[in-house]
Design a protein around this ligand. Structure first.
Ligand SMILES: [Zn+2]
Length: 162
């Protein structure tokens, strides 16, 4: 995925499906954690590959558990209570949607999804970059409208003012 905000738009849509049972904060935390490797790869290309192993099923699952381990400190930092079950759904949706969306855009993510096994996932190119971008924008926008109509957006803004 070329832009991280598209992952977050996907998360917004996912959040709207079950607002009280989905931690958007935990979803966001996984997006940052999983893309640390591509970031380091840009800085030190010779030290790390760009996507493997974080953008694989095993790597993503490990990142999900690492993020879940930081549920309470993250909640304390943001002064919110992150429900354990909501954290799990947010983190799981975060990591697995991330590698799924990245596999559509990045050939090496598609090829290494089942790392260490060399099984091609055939996800690469099932959608064009522009179509995927538009789909994420549409899903996120619908999610934002849905959350707004349920009064959730005002709830979150009130939390930020505390
Ligand atoms: Zn990524």
């Amino acid at each position: 995925m070329p832009y991280p905000y598209l992952h977050m738009l996907f998360g917004l849509g996912a959040k709207a499906t079950k607002p009280s049972r989905f931690s958007f904060v935990m979803f966001g935390a996984t997006q940052i954690a999983i893309d640390l490797q591509p970031l380091f790869n840009r800085i030190y290309p010779s030290l790390l590959e760009r996507h493997t192993p974080t953008h694989t099923l095993i790597g993503a699952t490990i990142i999900m558990f690492i993020c879940l381990a930081f549920r309470i400190p993250l909640g304390n930092l943001l002064k919110i209570m992150i429900d354990r079950r909501a954290a799990f759904y947010g983190a799981a949706t975060g990591v697995y949607s991330h590698i799924f969306l990245d596999a559509i855009i990045h050939r090496e993510v598609s090829a290494n999804l089942f790392w260490p096994y060399r099984i091609e996932s055939h996800l690469y190119g099932i959608m064009g970059n522009r179509s995927l971008t538009l789909a994420c924008i549409a899903f996120g926008t619908l999610g934002a409208i849905w959350l707004w109509r349920q009064g959730k957006v005002m709830e979150y803004l009130a939390l930020l003012k505390k």
